[in-house]
Design a protein around this ligand. Structure first.
Ligand code: PEP
Length: 254
């Protein structure tokens, strides 16, 4: 199955508007010769419109780090899917573990957010993954099952053609302690099989499953060599264009 790899950068709450523009411009230049890979960057909300202006003509897609599921209303501080769409956003990260941990996101709110994204033709990047304790208690697959079943509840597969699943073990995020390529492949295979059972085989084969958790220039090629690894969601190592481009231009072994 020929799934186009996606290398995505999550800039979290780093970079002002002008800093985001500077990094985006460097990345646009450095990536102009990249082929057959989707590149996405997700700057903070205030930088989205500014960055969009600069990357519109480049190969880079614009992503947001979150949205709120309501269309409009008295929801101070929130941002809707339509607002993002009009700003040039095409991907939106949903259910990142930092949002689950610090902002009370649940599988149910993730599901509503994916619905909002889909309704506005934004590609949802649904983050799932177990915590360190859950891993120690050997609950990884149980946790992933619940995140998938409840996060994608009520959808038909044809509504989710742009869905990306990001497997991000919480213990690997920002710790420098990446899961091994073999561990990642094993979990991605499990996720694909789960998606097949929950939806159907064709959809499972077409859905991109990307990995996040301390991805760096020196571990990306080995990760990407595995059949079920379709890309990476990169935090810290995406903040610097010279570093991030090394991840984007990984050594292709498959
Ligand atoms: C992330 O924030 O999604 C992430 C994977 O971070 P890092 O690459 O820094 O571990």
């Amino acid at each position: 199955m020929n799934r186009i790899p996606l290398i995505a950068g999550n800039w979290k709450m780093f970079k002002t508007g002008s800093q985001s523009v500077e990094t985006a411009l460097s990345l646009a230049e450095l990536s102009c010769d990249v082929k057959d890979i989707d590149i996405m960057i997700a700057p903070p909300f205030p930088a989205l419109a500014l960055v969009n202006e600069k990357i519109r003509a480049s190969r880079i897609h614009l992503g947001a780090q979150n949205l709120f599921y309501e269309k409009a209303g008295a929801y101070t501080g929130e941002v809707s899917a339509e607002m993002l769409k009009e700003t040039g956003v095409s991907y939106v990260i949903i259910g990142h573990s930092e949002r689950r941990q610090y902002f009370g996101e649940t599988n149910e709110s993730v599901c509503r957010k994916i619905r909002a994204a889909v309704d506005s033709a934004l590609a949802p990047v649904m983050c799932i993954g177990e915590t360190e304790d859950e891993k120690k208690e050997e609950k990884t697959f149980y946790v992933l099952d619940k995140q998938i079943e409840n996060g994608l509840k009520g959808f038909r597969s044809d509504e989710l053609s742009d869905l990306v699943i990001a497997y991000e073990p919480v213990w690997a995020i920002g710790t420098g302690n990446s899961a091994t390529p073999d561990q990642v492949q094993q979990v991605h295979r499990y996720i694909r099989t789960k998606i097949q059972k929950f939806f159907n085989r064709k959809f499972a084969e077409e859905t991109r499953i990307i990995y996040g958790g301390s991805v760096k220039p020196d571990n990306i090629s080995e990760l990407m060599a595995h059949d079920d690894v379709d890309g990476a969601l990169v935090g810290g190592a995406s903040l610097d264009a010279d570093n991030f481009i090394k991840i984007i231009k990984y050594n292709r072994m498959k």
